[in-house]
Design a protein around this ligand. Structure first.
Ligand SMILES: C[S@@+](CC[C@H](N)C(=O)[O-])C[C@H]1O[C@@H](n2cnc3c(N)ncnc32)[C@H](O)[C@@H]1O
Length: 259
């Protein structure tokens, strides 16, 4: 018999054999979530250490004493795993994502990660004031829900791309351009509910093989509308038999509840 979890209202949620629990109801959601191909591309990029500077900055931004860390739209769980790796054994992670492929990867990302399929726009599936940190990395942000789940002294760690992020490869690889003002828009979103404690710019130069060029494009929104052969062809046109360079350029914002 399969394992399941229950809630006080009598609902039962089955634990998938791949180690995550899905809290989506029968009608599911209208939001688009990452595909298995996008997860594979993201995993290849992370396994090569290409995003390590961002992972290190996110892990360092989580308060040292944080026990429960929620990764809201966790993807493969790599950022959450980084935040758990250097911490004391008592720190646990809750990975939340709409995509089953992501949830499956996140369930394997670290022994102390619990992986949940849920729609962030409906709810972050944990109790009021029970998280010490919430991570939102290149992710949709539900300000009201984050304010509800963060405990006193909790921190919201947010990664947003800057206009120069991967700028050299955006057009040739058919990726979406980062609009100006993402960081400014974040400040507007947070105003009233959160206060910004710190903002750190993280940048690095990447040398990308054709395979990783296609992966970096394919792990983002381009992965929804371009096939792998199209991405490979664009990567070959850009880098030929060598590599192409691109800049990582993001802002890591740490915020706390206002008042
Ligand atoms: C750009 S990816 C970032 C993933 C991860 N934070 C990272 O940086 O590797 C955005 C993630 O948001 C998830 N997502 C999109 N809409 C969502 C929703 N409504 N609720 C939960 N997750 C969602 C996608 O499945 C995807 O994994």
């Amino acid at each position: 018999m399969g394992r399941s979890m229950g809630c006080p209202n009598g609902h039962r949620f089955d634990l998938a054999k791949h180690g995550y629990v899905s809290l989506l109801s029968g009608k599911g959601t209208s939001h688009r979530s990452d595909t298995p191909e996008m997860v594979a591309s993201r995993t290849a990029v992370f396994n090569d250490g290409l995003y390590d500077p961002i992972m290190a900055a996110v892990a360092a931004a989580v308060p040292a004493g944080a026990g429960a860390v929620v990764d809201a739209a966790a993807g493969t769980g790599a950022y959450l795993a980084a935040a758990l790796s250097d911490s004391a054994d008592r720190r646990v992670g809750i990975a939340v994502d709409l995509s089953k492929s992501c949830a499956r990867a996140a369930a394997r990302s670290h022994p102390r990660v619990v992986s949940v399929v849920a729609d962030l726009w409906a709810q972050i599936p944990i109790a009021d004031r029970s998280a010490d940190a919430v991570l939102s990395v290149f992710a949709p942000r539900n300000v009201t829900e984050t304010a509800r789940v963060l405990g006193t002294g909790g921190r919201w760690v947010i990664v947003t791309p800057n206009p120069d992020h991967l700028a050299e490869i955006v057009e040739p690889m058919g990726m979406l351009r980062v609009g100006d003002g993402k960081t400014e828009r974040l400040a507007v979103d947070l105003a009233g509910s959160f206060e910004i404690c710190s903002q750190e710019r993280v940048s690095a130069r990447l040398d990308l093989t054709t395979a990783r060029l296609a992966d970096i494009a394919g792990m983002g929104p381009a992965g929804f509308h371009r096939t792998r052969p199209e991405l490979d062809a664009a990567a070959h046109a850009l880098a030929g038999d060598t590599t192409a360079s691109a800049t990582l350029d993001v802002t890591v914002t740490v915020a706390r509840l206002a008042g």
